[in-house]
Design a protein around this ligand. Structure first.
Ligand code: OGA
Ligand code: MN
Length: 199
C-alpha cells in the first residue's frame, strides 16, 4: 500500500501519534489548491487569525501572525478533492483508533514573511473536541534558507522540523504534541485542519 493510503496513515497515528507525509498531494493537486487559495485571497476573503475561542478569543499578532479563511460553504474542485481525501482519513482513523472523529474544520492560512505562531497545543481551554491536527503545505520550491518550519516536540524531547513543502501533510494528535511555526523569509501557505470528536 502506498505511504499516503488512509489505512497506513491511521496505523502510523495509532503507533506514534504523529506522521509526516511528503507527497500526500501530488504536485499538480497541490498547485491547484494553492491557486484556489490565491484566488480567494485576492478576492479579500481572508481575515487575521485569532487565538482562543468564545470569550477567550483575541487578536494577538505577536503570538500568531497568519491570515485565514475557513473552507466549507462552496468548495471548488481542488478543495473538494482534499475534503474527500480527509473524509477517507477520518474513517480510517476511527476504524484504527476508535477516536469517534465526527467532523473536520479546516482553514487556509497565509503567514507573511517574518510571521510565526508561538509554541502551543491545538486544544482550547474548556474544549476537548480537537483531536487530530492535519496541516498541509502549499509552497513550491521551498529552500532550507526560507525557514518557516513546523517544529513538533516529540515524546522523547526531540524536535521534528518539517519544511512547509507543497504536498507535505503533518498529522498529529492535538492534545499530545506541542508545536510552533517558525518565521519564514517568504509567504507561507497551508491548509490547517482539525478532526473533532464530540467532547
Ligand atoms: C496552527 C498550526 C502549523 C503550521 O494553525 O494551529 O499550528 O505549520 N499550524 O502551519
Ligand atoms: Mn497548531
Amino acid at each position: 500500500m502506498p505511504a499516503t493510503d488512509p489505512a497506513v496513515l491511521a496505523e502510523a497515528i495509532a503507533t506514534d501519534g504523529c506522521v509526516i507525509v511528503p507527497g500526500f498531494l501530488a504536485p499538480a493537486q497541490a498547485a491547484a489548491l494553492r491557486d484556489s487559495a490565491l484566488r480567494r485571497y485576492a478576492a479579500g476573503a481572508f481575515h487575521a487569525a485569532a487565538v482562543g475561542r468564545g470569550a477567550e478569543r483575541q487578536l494577538r499578532s505577536e503570538v500568531r501572525g497568519d491570515q485565514v479563511l475557513w473552507l466549507g460553504e462552496q468548495p471548488d474542485e481542488p478543495e473538494q478533492a482534499l475534503l474527500d481525501r480527509y473524509e477517507a482519513l477520518r474513517l480510517a482513523c476511527n476504524e484504527a483508533l476508535m477516536l469517534g472523529l465526527f467532523e473536520l474544520e479546516c482553514h487556509y492560512a497565509v503567514y507573511p514573511p517574518g510571521a510565526g505562531y508561538a509554541r502551543h497545543l491545538d486544544r482550547f481551554a474548556g474544549d476537548a473536541s480537537r483531536t487530530l491536527s492535519a496541516v498541509l503545505y502549499l509552497n513550491d520550491d521551498w529552500q532550507p534558507s526560507d525557514g518557516g518550519e513546523l517544529a513538533l516536540w516529540l515524546d522523547d524531547g526531540r524536535v521534528l522540523e518539517v519544511p512547509p513543502t507543497a504536498g507535505t501533510l503533518a498529522l498529529f494528535l492535538s492534545e499530545r504534541f506541542w508545536h510552533e511555526v517558525r518565521p519564514a523569509t517568504r509567504e507561507r501557505w497551508s491548509v490547517t485542519g482539525w478532526f473533532r470528536r464530540r467532547a
